[in-house]
Design a protein. Structure first.
Lengths: 503, 367
């Protein structure tokens, strides 16, 4: 089925999310939709899948104009969306999740599991999804859960599949696997839209690329004739320099020394298993690994948020194994948490309140029991300026800032004081190119000034771009170490280590 | 509201949330209350008469105002405590028990130190009530911080325990009034009583110095929440406990302190009742104030000024309700129904918006 968006405009009040967008999605083809966060990709696709009614323009399916009154209509018309955030019931089986809402029922509302299961298995086999229909969803790896989402869409006989940032949660190997499935679907005649902001992926998988910026289609083309640089320029609107200038690698003394560290999860499972590592002054140590292999627990233990079960952590010669969060903070350890909205910020608090979230008690801001808000606002205004946080005022709620500016706010708070060690978790997840480059520059600047930096990231590109040394975590252990400057350090070898295959 | 403190005017949305929604909720509750009366075969004239009586009994005379303020004072005090807890993310159902324990401790302290001059005895008795309430509430706070026991459950249980503790204490020879067979405590010495304010005008006017206590508490809670370090920690923990922990705040300590302060304010409400209105402790002297205070805190959006206004409204409803009963012969339970309806409408702002569409700016499509 061919789907066309003709002159689609979508306004929310005075803001224009999409303006006169024309897009054709053809069967047997993967259309890559490239754009930064906030460029209007999701709004456009939400129009296509019936969540939003367009302000102007029309949707045409196989030559016939259609009007969707809600997502149900779009699904019945054969348009299915695989959301970035999975919408699965963890304690249900694959089959139960897939048929949810469309259950085959026998007499007296009896759920016909046998038919359901057979149908799910049949679809899974037809497109090479390799999913066990009887498995509990919560026991499945993320990559397989994603295939369950695809199964859900296929079960509802979708001919047009919209994949929203599908690779965000996958390892490089899983991405390869996923691309095989996408190609199988394409070859079976499905029309696919692949939404992403990752340049390499879109060049690899798309048959045709449309770039969206500020709600408009600003470029279209054939991936075979386009380069990464072209696409980045189109997406951002100006030339982008991916190379960040950095001082020569000259690490000095060891600043963070971790030996034999073991950390448990709340359910007593081992999250971090006998990890030893060190970070030197003036170097960036990148920890690569698929999410859920103990990186979060490692960071929490190093920042004092999670108790250490065994092992020892020394910072600059002082034992801090059991030091409090605040004590570590006072020693010059900065922490950029991996989830800015849940852990780094309070979205309903103002920018100023967020800026002093971990320093409000400091003598600079409070004499006695009260906080001197005038001084806080003034200091915040300075830092906001210095770190280019775009906000209406320091009294705006942090939640009103864009994702990139929210993260800049966190980075500004953590780096604007005297730091010696920076612990950063997923520092650029979900950000636009401009903010990513900015935050990378700041981290490198901190390194050049002699800070030690420990960075966890599941984006291998980010690890490779920033790190001086790369460690790979798998199932709670550090399973490999790479010298970022060595000739044979590449994505493939690191990817294998991430998957637990000894390098 | 906390945005206003940063020097920004209230936006249209805030005005709608804070003023228009409660106003319409009140109107809708009165209308439904009238329908309820109709359904129970009260004729229209009586309904009209009863609402006139409600107005008359709450603000229609000096005595009515005095009764409104008397009823509002403990609601404001306990409501402030609950609001503090809500801000810190704690849903404290235990104000009732904290009022009982605070009031009881206050009475016992006051008659135990009979003979001390009033300037010492009165504040010390208030303090005894506040401390006892704080300690009692801290039990739930500690259980939450140390074991994760949910405060909703533990405070409800502590309420039940407090009633039985009161029954038991009132039978103790030390506490029970001499020569009485029924459970009733000795009286608060006159020196410790909160002075009535308007007896010069009319000896029956019951409004007492607790009103100033409540106003002082409003100012203090406002300062604590929006100016003090501790209040910043409370609000941070309430808005986003993870972020507060990540910023190095001590979650357990904050929980215990927030519960303790909430209990202190509820204990003060109890002390206010025994020292200003009742003069002694009797079974059930708390009279459900701790539960009404939950509604007051919710209606006031956990803002000290909002709590003050909501407390006055509920005080007015209570005082007016009594007059309704006297003048129109309508059951006082109707006031309970109207109070409950107000809360239902407040809790469902979308319903209010749908009922009174012209009061609100039109919602932007899709946003």
């Amino acid at each position: 089925m061919q789907a066309e968006l003709r002159n689609i405009t979508k306004r929310f009040g005075a803001t224009v999310a999409n303006e006169a967008v024309n897009l054709t999605i053809r069967p047997g083809e993967v259309l890559g939709l490239l754009g930064e966060n906030g460029a209007g990709k999701s709004t456009l696709m939400n129009v296509l899948c019936g969540l939003y009614a367009p302000t102007a323009g029309e949707i045409v399916l196989d030559g016939k104009p259609v009007v969707f009154d809600g997502p149900g209509d779009a699904i019945r018309a054969g348009i299915g969306m695989v959301h970035q955030h999975f919408m699965l019931v963890p304690v249900f089986t694959v089959t139960e999740n897939v048929v949810l809402g469309e259950e085959p029922v026998g007499p007296v509302d009896h759920l016909d599991r046998k038919t359901a299961r057979a149908k799910v298995a049949e679809i899974s086999d037809r497109y090479g999804l390799h999913v066990d229909p009887g498995a509990l969803v919560e026991t499945l790896p993320v990559g397989v859960q994603q295939r369950v989402e695809i199964l859900k869409v296929l079960f509802r006989s979708a001919d047009v599949l919209i994949l929203d940032e599908p690779t965000a949660v996958l390892t490089p190997q899983e991405v390869d696997e996923f691309f095989k499935i996408v190609r199988a679907l394409r070859d079976a005649g499905k029309a696919l839209v692949f939404i992403t902001h990752k340049l390499n992926e879109i060049l690899e998988i798309a048959d045709r690329i449309s770039v969206i910026r500020r709600g408009k289609i600003v470029g279209e083309g054939d991936p075979k004739q386009m380069t990464r640089q072209d696409l980045a320029e189109m997406m951002v609107g100006h030339p982008v320099d991916f190379r960040i200038k950095r001082a020569e690698f000259a690490p000095k003394e060891v600043i963070l020394d971790v030996s034999g560290l073991t950390v448990l999860r709340a359910n007593r499972e081992v999250a971090v298993n006998d990890v030893s590592l060190n970070v030197r002054s003036g170097e960036i140590v990148g920890i690569a690994g698929v999410q859920g292999n103990g990186q979060s627990a490692l960071i929490e233990a190093l920042t004092g948020l999670r108790p250490v079960a065994a092992g020892r952590v020394t910072f600059d010669g002082t034992d801090i194994t059991h030091a409090s969060v605040r004590a570590r903070h006072a020693m010059g350890i900065a922490h950029i948490p991996e989830d800015r909205q849940r852990r780094g910020l309070i979205v309903n608090f103002t920018v100023a309140e967020n800026m002093v979230l971990d320093s409000y008690y400091d003598r600079r801001f409070s004499g006695g029991a009260a906080i001197d808000w005038a001084r806080v606002r003034q200091s915040t205004a300075e830092v906001v300026e210095a770190y280019d946080v775009r906000t209406q005022s320091v009294a705006s709620a942090a939640g009103t800032l864009s994702g990139g500016n929210q993260q800049k706010l966190v980075v500004a708070r953590e780096l604007s004081r005297d730091t010696r060690l920076v612990i950063a978790g997923q520092p650029t997840r979900g950000l636009d190119v401009g903010s990513i480059v900015y935050i990378h520059e700041r981290l490198i600047a901190a390194r050049d000034e002699g800070d030690g930096i420990l960075m966890v990231s599941s984006e291998l590109d980010e690890i490779l771009a920033l790190s001086d040394r790369i460690l790979v975590m798998f199932k709670g252990r550090v399973v490999a170490e790479f010298d970022a400057y060595a000739e044979d350090t590449d994505k493939r070898r690191i990817g294998l280590a991430m998957a637990g295959v000894a390098a | 509201m906390d945005k206003a403190m940063h020097g920004r005017l209230l936006g249209r949305t805030e005005v709608e949330d804070l003023i228009i929604v409660p106003l319409f909720a009140f109107i809708a509750a009165l209308a439904l209350g009238a329908l309820t009366m109709l359904a129970t075969r009260v004729d229209l004239a009586t309904i009209g008469q009863s609402y006139v009586a409600l107005l008359h009994g709450s603000v229609g005379s000096l005595n009515a105002l005095s009764e409104t303020l008397t009823a509002a004072t403990p609601l404001v005090l306990a409501g402030l405590g609950l609001a503090l807890g809500f801000r810190a993310g704690l849903f404290n159902i235990g104000a009732e028990g904290q009022i009982v324990i605070g009031g009881l401790a206050c009475v016992i302290f006051a008659f135990s130190f009979d003979g001390l001059p009033g300037v010492i005895l009165m504040p010390a008795s208030l303090l005894a009530g506040a401390l006892a309430g704080a300690c009692y509430a801290s039990i739930a706070g500690y259980l939450r911080a140390a074991t994760g026991a949910h405060e909703v459950i533990s405070t409800i249980m502590l309420n039940l325990i407090s009633y039985r503790l009161l029954d038991y204490a009132l039978r103790l020879p030390y506490v029970q009034k001499e020569g009485r067979a029924d459970p009733i405590s000795k009286s608060v010495p006159e020196a410790a009583e909160l002075p009535r304010l308007l007896t010069a005008l009319d000896p029956n006017l019951r409004v007492h110095a607790g009103v100033f206590l409540a106003l002082l508490a409003v100012a203090l809670v406002w300062w604590l929440l929006f100016r003090a370090k501790l209040g910043f920690e409370f609000r941070a923990s309430g808005e986003n406990p993870d972020a507060a922990r990540y910023a190095g705040m001590n979650a357990g300590l904050i929980i215990v302190l927030a519960m303790g302060l909430a209990g202190a304010l509820a204990g003060l409400a109890g002390a206010n009742q025994v020292m200003g209105v009742l003069g002694r402790a009797t079974p059930g002297f708390s009279a459900g104030i701790g539960f009404d205070a939950i509604a007051v805190a919710l209606l006031g959006r956990s803002h000290p000024v909002g709590v003050l206004l909501a407390g006055l409204l509920f005080g007015a409803l209570e005082a007016g309700g009594r007059q309704m009963q006297v003048e129109a012969g309508v059951s006082i339970d109707l006031i309970g129904i109207i109070q409950a309806l107000i809360i239902v409408f407040i809790a469902a702002p979308l319903l209010v918006r749908a009922l009174f569409p012209w009061g609100f700016r039109r919602k932007r499509a899709g946003s």
